[in-house]
Design a protein around this ligand. Structure first.
Ligand code: ADP
Length: 495
């Protein structure tokens, strides 16, 4: 069935620069080492990329600092034009980029295509924001002076990105950083460096000057990131990943008082009230659960369904989950690919086992998917639905990051809100109700940065994305996104 994935896609893979990207060129690592990038659908090697270490990090920083003043001095329109050109190139090459993403990340091709479109949008949006960085000019209350407020780039940035959205988690940092006039060094996830390296090449073609963007693939994140954060020339750290790593980075950033933006873990509740349009709720539930194969920090992690509609909701969700076609993401007709790695697949399987021990009932799936069913040896897990999950069971505590729907029930609105907020996380929540008053009052009471009302997909390039509590600090996208990469200068003038 599979088998020469690499042979079949050789031209595509060969076109990706696999070195360390510094000064608009691909180079070998200082140590000359490489590491392997796997195809999650087969567990086999796709290609190898340069393995950056501290020396490469320092060279990238040197070039980033050297380029910083000239880049900051470019006109907003110049930066805008480059970002827009990068958007256009991604859009032109969307099919190849989507396939590349599926090869290294595993997700079904339709998911990769939508991420390419979504990821590219951040470059278009911030190309439009680059020319709208405003300040203000006002009089002091006593009439004794004038106040001039301007915004300036924060300085060289370090971006650390995860594997689940290999393009979009990069572009929503790179877009605003460049639009604001900063240079940026990106440390992509070791699982998915290829998409980011392909993006770096696109930026060079789009006219980005050398030194402004560096990409450091590495098998040892800390060996590259720690020396960069310890260097006071890095002025901002922007991270998407786990809460645990976010805490480490915040601790490191404290030493030099660097700015941080942290997009961390989530544990999204999806609340279905008794007055919900159930068909719409099921479509939304399926999207909120299964977009990106369940590997999203906004994924519906816990379904909280009113007692009176629970059975109908559960049956409907089972039907939708059953209709998924599991297979290699690049195979025709696949709608659910493998998980990213063996570790992740085993973690999902363990969570399901624990949930059953806690009293959950398996309504669909639950058995580790056998490789031969999918034509590969990769990290497959079948669509799974658990119901009668006790509120507060271990599986409702942390991110599942896989195709497992966890259903619990509630009686009153207060019970639903208490259960929804009973988590250390606070990224996204979803509610389905036809009652506008209820939608707004429940939204107010949910301790999350994002709420979807009768919508299963929330993320929008024009809206501020970010979490409360242990889900992070700062916002990406929207009008707010560029502010994270600007500092405020107040100039006092006499009247
Ligand atoms: P996940 O569990 O999704 O892999 P992580 O938080 O472990 O999430 O990883 C997100 C990103 O953070 C990846 O690019 C990873 O390499 C990087 N990372 C992990 N540990 C560290 C660290 N100690 N310092 C800097 N970056 C790290």
């Amino acid at each position: 069935v599979h088998h020469d994935v690499v042979e079949r896609h050789r031209a595509l893979l060969d076109a990706v620069p696999t070195g360390i990207w510094i000064d608009n060129a691909s180079r070998t690592a200082a140590t000359a080492r490489t590491f392997v990038v796997d195809d999650p659908a087969t567990g086999r090697e796709l290609t190898q990329v340069a393995d950056a270490g501290p020396d490469d990090a320092m060279l990238a920083l040197k070039q980033s600092v050297a380029a910083a003043d000239d880049w900051a001095a470019t006109s907003p329109r110049e930066r805008s034009v480059i970002l827009r050109a990068a958007f256009d190139l991604i859009t032109e090459r969307a099919a190849d980029l989507a396939l590349l993403m599926t090869l290294e990340m595993g997700k079904a091709l339709p998911d990769s295509k939508s991420e390419i479109a979504y990821g590219a949008e951040f470059l278009r949006w911030f190309s439009e924001e680059a020319v709208r960085i405003n300040g203000r000019y006002t009089q002091s209350p006593g009439g004794t002076g004038r106040i001039l407020v301007t915004h300036q780039p924060v300085g060289p940035c370090l971006a650390i990105t995860p594997w689940n959205f290999p393009l979009a988690m990069g572009t929503r940092k790179i877009g605003p950083a460049l639009a604001a006039g900063n240079t940026i060094i990106v440390k992509p996830a070791a699982e998915t460096p290829l998409t980011m390296l392909a993006l770096a090449k696109i930026f060079a073609e789009a006219g980005l000057p050398p030194g402004v963007l560096a990409v450091l693939p590495t098998s040892d994140a800390s060996a590259v990131c720690t020396p960069l954060i310890e260097d006071t020339r890095i002025r901002k750290i922007t991270f998407t990943g786990s809460t645990g790593v976010g805490r480490i980075l915040l601790g490191q950033a404290a030493a030099n008082v660097q700015r941080t933006s942290m997009e961390l873990g989530g544990n999204a509740p999806f609340i279905v009230f008794d007055d919900a349009d159930l068909d719409a709720a099921l479509d939304g539930a399926f999207a909120a659960k299964m977009r990106n194969g369940g590997e999203a920090c906004t994924a519906a992690n816990r379904f909280l369904v009113h007692d009176s509609v629970a059975e109908e909701f559960t049956d409907g969700l089972i039907a939708r989950m059953q209709a998924l076609t599991v297979g290699p993401g690049y195979a025709d007709g696949t709608t659910l690919g493998p998980l990213i790695s063996e570790k992740q697949r085993n973690s999902v399987a363990q969570k399901v086992t624990d949930a059953v021990a806690d009293g959950a009932r398996v309504r669909l799936g639950g058995e580790q998917a056998r490789a031969e069913q999918h034509g590969g040896d990769g990290w497959f897990y079948p669509p799974t639905v658990l119901d009668e999950v006790p509120v507060g069971a271990e599986i409702t505590r942390g991110e599942i990051f896989g195709p497992v729907a966890v259903i619990s029930t509630f009686g009153t609105v207060d019970e639903a809100i208490a259960a929804a907020n009973d988590t250390e996380y606070g990224l996204a929540a979803y509610i389905y109700t036809r009652d506008l008053d209820r939608a707004l009052s429940v939204s107010d009471r949910l301790q999350t940065g994002l709420v979807g009302v009768n919508r299963g997909v929330i993320s929008d390039v024009a809206a501020p994305f970010g979490g409360e509590k242990q889900s992070g600090l700062g916002r990406e996208g929207g009008l707010e996104g560029i502010g994270e990469f600007l500092t405020t200068k107040y100039v006092a003038l006499t009247s």
